[in-house]
Write a protein that binds this ligand. Structure first.
Ligand code: SAM
Length: 228
């Protein structure tokens, strides 16, 4: 029986990979990568020379069909994304659902846990996250205002992903909808050289970035405390 492995990979520090992930990446017939150049850096660090093939957000159904064909032939395949856990704001959902639909229990889908920016950020946030809501990336236009209103009203912790280009805009919207006093934690460049946690009210965090424009750079997880 063929197996599709869903493998979590590092979000910055290449040492953040499990022994099991490395073994499976070595043993499978093919590694599906969001960007083969990114994954090859990881594979070459661990002297893994398994063939790779691209599978990304723009991949068409024809690519999925090709992968289904390989599984039918009994090939074992690993799916990774550029960073973190596939299918979490990353490609993979279509493939996993198609494999389940076509093969049912005849192909095993095996998750191999690894890092995710969300959990990494929450783990060191220093607030109670027994319950939280994850919003992924916020919509740029349609539905954006509604979502910010939801964040403003929520008594639960809310977390979302943000990019360099939009972090200041997101903080501005948080101030507009939640007020300048709402507490937030912004986790930047996790596991990398310039890892940084900025904590405080929205106004304080905005002031921090206004004072340090060189830090408005990299990848961000934003954690918003619930309304009191
Ligand atoms: N699948 C990934 C995961 O499990 O975390 C998420 C991929 S998503 C395309 C990329 C977003 O995740 C970035 O824009 C950022 O919001 C967040 N992210 C990824 N790596 C990060 C890091 N090292 N530090 C902070 N945020 C990160």
């Amino acid at each position: 029986m063929a197996t599709l492995y869903i493998i979590g990979t590092p979000i910055g520090n290449l040492e953040d990979i499990t022994l099991r992930a490395l073994r499976v990446l070595k043993e499978v017939d093919l590694v599906l990568c969001e960007d083969t150049r990114v994954t090859k850096r990881l594979l070459s660090k661990y002297e893994i020379d398994t063939p790779t093939m691209s599978y990304h957000a723009q991949s068409k159904l024809a690519k999925v069909d090709k992968i289904l064909e390989l599984l039918t032939e009994g090939k074992n395949i690993a799916l990774v994304s550029d960073a973190g856990t596939p299918c979490i704001s990353d490609p993979g959902v279509l493939l996993v659902s198609q494999v389940r639909e076509k093969f049912g229990d005849d192909v095993s889908i095996v998750p191999i846990p690894g890092p995710s920016a969300l959990i990494t950020a929450l783990s060191a946030a220093g607030i109670s996250v027994a319950e939280f809501t994850f919003l992924g990336f916020l919509p740029h236009k349609k539905g954006r205002e509604t979502l910010f209103k939801e964040i403003a009203e929520s008594t639960r912790v809310m977390a979302f992903y943000e990019s360099t280009h939009r972090i200041e805009k997101a903080l501005e919207s948080l101030e507009k909808f939640c007020g300048a006093d709402r507490h937030v934690i912004v986790a930047r460049e996790l596991t990398k050289i310039y890892e940084e946690f900025v904590r405080g009210t929205v106004a304080e965090v905005r002031a921090h970035y206004a004072k340090n424009p060189d830090r408005v750079r990299g990848e961000f997880v934003v954690i918003v405390q619930g309304r009191i």
